[in-house]
Design a protein around this ligand. Structure first.
Ligand code: HEC
Length: 194
């Protein structure tokens, strides 16, 4: 009795496998076979790289209209040039209120992101300078490579520098959000007075 049911089970399993293979084998190479919930694969929305009759140029991925900015994006329309640096200096001001909380956050960000080179007190004596990295000028006593004293660097000049970098200093645009950059700048202004 037991032996019988073993063979039956084996037979049923074999039949199930054969049925599954036959049912799912492709008739033509393009076929995806049987699909569970096919609207997950063939949905009604257009793929971005598909042709699209709804637009004049027939493309789904449309170029956004001129002047469009992503949600949450902050514009900074000053190019990475000397003229852009000077123009930012004249026109750009810190939009954040000067509160103790912003200042304290700026300090934390400065210690994490800037002090390895600029030093904890902004004197250009960070840890990496002890290992051969060219020391940046002191914020309070040094001269900017673009002319003028470091202590006179304006909001716009510092924001431009943190956004684009300058010479041996890289851009911090991908590490610090515009708001975080402004908090750091509050702290840099403090270091300019030391
Ligand atoms: C990898 C080292 C390094 C790090 C990290 C770094 N800097 Fe610098 N920074 C430099 C060097 C080197 C210079 C001098 C560049 C030059 O003028 O040739 C400089 C210059 C500057 C200047 C002067 C720009 C000018 O107009 O002359 C400012 C302001 C400044 N850094 C701010 C920052 C801030 C804020 C941070 C952190 C977000 C930071 N830096 C992080 C290396 C660094």
């Amino acid at each position: 009795m037991l032996a019988m049911s073993k063979y039956k089970l084996l037979g049923a399993t074999a039949l199930a496998i054969v049925t599954a293979v036959v049912a799912t084998s492709c008739k033509d190479k393009q076929s995806t076979g049987w699909q569970y919930a096919p609207n997950m694969y063939e949905h009604i929305a257009f793929e971005y790289d598909q042709k699209n009759p709804n637009f004049k140029d027939g493309k789904t991925a449309q170029v956004p209209p001129a002047g469009t900015i992503p949600v949450g994006f902050t514009r900074f329309d000053y190019p990475n040039t000397r003229a852009g640096y000077d123009q930012a200096s004249a026109e750009v001001k810190n939009p954040l209120p000067s509160t103790p909380a912003n200042f304290e956050e700026g300090k934390v960000l400065f210690l994490h992101f800037c002090s390895p080179c600029h030093g904890e007190n902004g004197q250009g004596d960070g840890l990496v300078t002890q290992h051969g990295y060219p020391p940046p000028p002191s914020y309070s006593k040094g001269q900017s490579s673009r002319g003028g004293a470091m202590k006179d660097l304006t909001d716009g000049k510092i924001y431009h520098t943190v956004t684009y970098g300058v010479n041996a200093m890289g851009s911090y645009a991908s590490q610090l959000s515009p708001e975080e950059r402004w908090k750091v700048i509050m702290y840099v202004h403090h270091l300019q007075t030391l």
